[in-house]
Design a protein around this ligand. Sequence first.
Ligand code: ATP
Ligand code: MG
Length: 201
Amino acid sequence: MSNDDRNERHKKAMQRRKEIVDEKIAQAQTERGVFIVITGNGKGKTSSAIGTAVRSLGHGFKVGLIQFIKGTQATGEVLYLQDDPNLYLHQMKTGFTWETQNRDADIAAARETWSHALPLLSNPDIHLVVLDEITYMLKYGYLSIEEVLPAIMNRPAHQSVIVTGRAAHRDLLENADTVSEINPLKHAFEAGIKAQVGIEW
Ligand code: ATP
Ligand code: MG
């Protein structure tokens, strides 16, 4: 095939693709916030949610970041974002379960952390609420799906929510607008490479 033929063929293919994309854009008419779940065993769930939070903050929106994390070490993203007046941040920080071995204390910490999420999920001034690692609170039964899902689904119409964590409850997957499952094809840790500051936390 001559170069001209190839260019012509490419141009036609691009035109067809543009028509399809334009049609899809024309069909997407609903304007409302979305409920996103980022799950799976691969690396990139929290960092994806934080990336979207930065995206919102960059446009001057208010963002709530509630982290159901056990580690007490400050992450780079929190060090970077914590002074942003548009960010409402709360972290559970209970220490690891296998260290505390106190289920009642874990439940109390989860409930206390959830109590910081609830007002955000009913505040129309908040553009995006990130519920980082909340899937484990449901998995361990520290929080119930019967209280978490309605709070997400009844949020203000223009608010978006991102839930992260492995083994997301199926009711979350069913009700979410967007679900991404990150599949670990490889992870450096398995090759004996140490977790690194600025990359892993
Ligand atoms: P990140 O915060 O890097 O986006 P994540 O939120 O997808 O990761 P988590 O399950 O929350 O992953 O685990 C957090 C930590 O575990 C991070 O340091 C991350 O690099 C690491 N990690 C994530 N997935 C894996 C994996 N498949 N194997 C080993 N370590 C992992
Ligand atoms: Mg994470």
